[in-house]
Design a protein around this ligand. Sequence first.
Ligand SMILES: [Zn+2]
Length: 315
Amino acid sequence: MRPRVQNTLKTSVTFEGVGLHSGHPVKMVLKPAPAGHGISFKRTDIVLGNTVIPARWDMVERTALCTRLINDAGVSVSTVEHIMAALAGCGVHNALVELDGPEVPIADGSSAPFVRAIMSRGLHRLGSPVVAFEVLKPVTVEHNGAKATLLPSDRTRIEFHIDFTDEAIGRQSKSLDLRNGAFARELCDSRTFCSRSDVETMQANGLALGGVPGENAVVFDGETVESGSGLRHNDEPVRHKMLDALGDLALIGGPLIGHYVGERAGHALTNTLLRELFATPGAVRAVICDAVMTARLPGQGLIWSEIPAEIARVA
Ligand SMILES: [Zn+2]
């Protein structure tokens, strides 16, 4: 039996904010989409040519600090990882994400506002089974002391290890089975972070112009933390890296059935890993989920009342 649980949004949802790197104001509208559509972005501020950008690994333009998608017409959208993580973690398989600017709004630096908006309105079931991507062979990529690996598994598992010189971060490791509501409970509220020294470098290069420490990013400086009202988790940085990984892995085109291991990895390396996965013969296959596999999918069966109160009530 193949449960027909492909989902989309019940209604459109609008967000207004600024892009983290561009600092530009932007309006984003999440819209329902039919079964088989997947996730795609559309630039409504551009009138000529192809303005739709499929959320797919082969549309990623190499970038160090965020994930940027670009289509054949040169139309791009930046910083897609947090909204992609929210959609994947809530089990939204189909959506059209309209933007009137070049970058997804950063909100509070986490995926929690997106999860809250999506789940408070509920999901609409489309009557088709879910197509997932199953890892069949181990694949590893390495670059500059960072490493990313995909291993066969019977579920979505994300494992991450980080090691920062800032004492307030230090070494952190976490591994999580992403089934059902694990993303909403454990990862979605962990915020973007960086070191104080990176802020000056990024802003000198015209990046992080919309960043406000404590408001939409956590800034670490040695033993000091600029985080607004404190960290949301003691290991908030590694949780955010896992959030980013889920968002970047969602560019595979559907739920991932596999075990991802990131060691100091970033957006570019995770994308290189997906490229290597598809370049390796027999390493991945699309599979129509049976009942057992469906029950283990991220977001499967998640309902509003399961969203933790501190995430549900944040304005
Ligand atoms: Zn991030």
